[in-house]
Design a protein around this ligand. Structure first.
Ligand code: UDP
Length: 255
């Protein structure tokens, strides 16, 4: 017998569908094969991407939990939900994308006089307002205060949690020969007001370079392969999963 029954669709995003379950403390997330970039101007179906991102996210959420970092993750789906579904705690997502950059890439290099690959120490932390219609604009102190999305204490907690996630992810990827260039996370509050890491952590949301490869295109193992039409997107994500499986235990199945 299954541990839960699927309820109605609560939300459909670009890469995932979020369903209610018959349990108030459990939400089911389905990872899709849809790939989008440039605020969904570029779209494709990449067979196997949903499965890979679900497995990679599960391994990373479990690694974070084992280091005392709270996440919404409860376990992977089973039966007809095996592979590309995960069960999570319901959270109220803060409409802010937190980006941490260990090296310069992407929008930072387009907007600032910094060349790609420049190490950033301490890592740069940027907050963006999560709104596709507005193109997820960069938040300034004044805009953040105007929107009233976080008070001072919450802001400190968000930044502290994001920097702890960065330290943990850097360590994990370092162990498998990958450079964590930058990443985006979303945070949320559980019903009991605990701040947790939510959404996903995958090559769709992280820039990852193969440490052993010098060539600037060949070393890319993340969504930049799709953004830049480099090909081999699913193969690159598969490489990330394979390496993580070498150092992480099998992910939990939710029962
Ligand atoms: N990112 C993301 N979702 C977004 C925007 C960015 O997951 O809506 C990730 C992106 O994959 C990269 C990091 O956040 O790992 C920084 O992205 P950047 O600001 O450089 O923007 P981009 O170059 O992707 O437009």
């Amino acid at each position: 017998m299954s541990a839960y029954a699927l309820g109605p669709l609560l939300h459909e995003g670009k890469a995932k569908r979020v369903h209610a379950t018959d349990r108030p403390d459990l939400v089911a997330v389905e990872y899709k094969d849809d790939a989008t970039a440039f605020n969904a101007l570029k779209k494709a179906q990449l067979a196997g991407k949903g499965w890979l991102n679900c497995q990679i996210s599960a391994l990373l959420f479990e690694q974070l939990a084992s280091r005392g970092i709270p996440t919404h993750y409860r376990g992977l789906g089973q039966g007809e939900h095996a592979g590309h579904w995960m069960l999570v705690r319901p959270v109220r997502i803060i409409p802010i994308e937190v980006v941490i950059r260990n090296r310069a890439a992407g929008s930072l290099c387009r907007q600032m006089p910094i060349s790609a690959g420049t190490p950033l120490d301490p890592p740069l932390l940027d907050l963006y307002y999560k709104d596709d219609g507005l193109g997820d604009p960069l938040l300034t102190e004044a805009r953040l205060a105007y929107l009233g999305l976080l008070d001072g204490e919450q802001r400190t907690a968000v930044e502290r949690l994001a920097r702890a996630v960065n330290a943990a992810l850097q360590d994990i990827f370092e162990r498998v020969g990958l450079i964590l260039v930058d990443f985006k996370i979303e945070l949320g509050y559980t019903e009991d007001q605990q701040l947790v890491v939510a959404d996903e952590i995958s090559p769709d949301t992280c820039r990852l370079w193969d440490r052993g490869v010098q060539d600037a295109s060949e070393r890319i193992l993340d969504k930049d392969r799709f953004r830049q039409d480099l090909g081999g997107v699913v193969e690159a994500y598969g490489q990330v999963l394979k390496r993580l499986q070498g150092v992480c235990p099998e992910p939990l199945i939710y029962r």
